[in-house]
Design a protein around this ligand. Structure first.
Ligand code: DP6
Length: 328
């Protein structure tokens, strides 16, 4: 049967992927590091059939735009080409989080699509090949293929730009609290914002600093040095947003609530109440990295902030994998 279903986690960048050397292949200008997220995921079922007159792509409970449909179709074409088939496909996806929550769904979405569609098309791909393929759908999706703590080595061409697991999910008992803030729909997508950043002089500066920062983050992971890890996560998040805020035209992803959360996290840390560190993707939601023992008290404190809508607590998770329960 040419049908398969996969589940893939979203991931949060400790070192952000920002800037492409090749738009079409989605080859990044820098290596990045992330963890996969247990409670933010996408499940996708793909079926190819010679009887289908036309293809379809739907997300349960959500509207899909023409642009999104085209991007999915293009990805299916990559897989059809690899498998040497030309059947139409039916694709149904379900996110564990609503798209309007502003949690990046392209990473989990394209990782799940890649694993499900390759299997349904009869391909037998290695984890490396799946990561390379997922990357072409959305860069960050290649980091949702392996388990746990993940590194995406930038590489120089299609064949050597992919992600690998540095440590399994259970290696370090960390949590990522995704703090969903009010009015979180992002206005400028990451693909477009990234392109704008290339012309920014601060962009080059960040690239120069990254090898040192990556080295420090890897050391923090090896030694389980939480303070060092946190320092590097925040440093990179702030650098990355400074670039976005100073591009022309500037993009402001943070809103008032974002800022209130940042101040609170620093205050809790400096007063010795809870140690956590923030990072932020291309939107106003804040990710708070903490140790498992502190997750509950941190959640309680952050929930008090006006404008916080929801907090999703995540552990490092398994990467994308096939599952038996199909969506149709
Ligand atoms: C801010 O993977 O969404 O989340 O390759 O254009 O699809 P495309 O970009 P995308 O970029 C995500 C960037 C980020 C940082 C990160 O996750 O590393």
């Amino acid at each position: 049967m040419m049908k398969a279903t996969a589940k893939a986690p979203a991931n949060i960048g400790f070192i952000k992927y920002w800037g492409k050397r090749d738009e079409e292949l989605r080859l990044p200008l820098n290596s990045s590091i992330s963890i996969t997220l247990s409670n933010c995921f996408t499940i996708t079922t793909v079926k190819f059939s010679k009887n289908f007159k036309r293809g379809s792509f739907k997300i349960v409970g959500e509207e899909t735009t023409k642009k999104e449909k085209e991007r999915v179709l293009k990805h299916l074409d990559r897989i059809r080409k690899k498998a040497g088939i030309n059947f139409k496909a039916r694709v149904l996806s379900q996110n564990s989080f609503p798209k309007k929550a502003g949690i990046a769904s392209s990473a989990s979405g394209f990782a799940a699509l890649t694993v499900a569609a390759s299997k349904a098309a009869g391909l037998k791909l290695s984890q490396k090949e799946l990561s390379i393929l997922a990357r072409q759908g959305s860069g960050s999706a290649c980091r949702s293929i392996p388990d746990g703590f993940v590194e995406w080595k930038a590489g120089s061409k299609n064949e050597n730009s992919y992600s690998q697991s540095l440590y399994p999910p259970t290696y370090w008992n960390l949590r990522d609290l995704v703090v969903v803030v009010k009015d979180p729909i992002k206005k400028v997508g990451s693909t477009a914002a990234m392109k704008l950043s290339l012309k920014n002089p601060y962009f080059k500066k960040r690239l120069q600093q990254l090898p040192k920062r990556i080295k420090k983050i890897k050391k923090a992971l090896t030694k389980k040095d939480f303070a060092l890890l946190g320092e590097m996560i925040e440093e990179d998040a702030v650098d990355f947003h400074a670039i976005i805020m100073t591009s022309k035209p500037p993009i402001f992803y943070w809103n008032k609530v974002t800022m209130d959360i940042i101040h609170k996290v620093i205050e809790l840390r400096e007063e010795g109440i809870v140690e956590s560190y923030f990072t932020i993707d291309a939107g106003p939601n804040v990710h708070l990295i903490c140790q498992a023992k502190d997750a509950l008290s941190l959640k309680k404190e952050i929930q008090k902030i006006k404008g916080v809508q929801k907090i999703i607590v995540n552990k490092p998770a398994s990467g994308a994998h096939l599952i038996n329960q199909h969506l149709f």
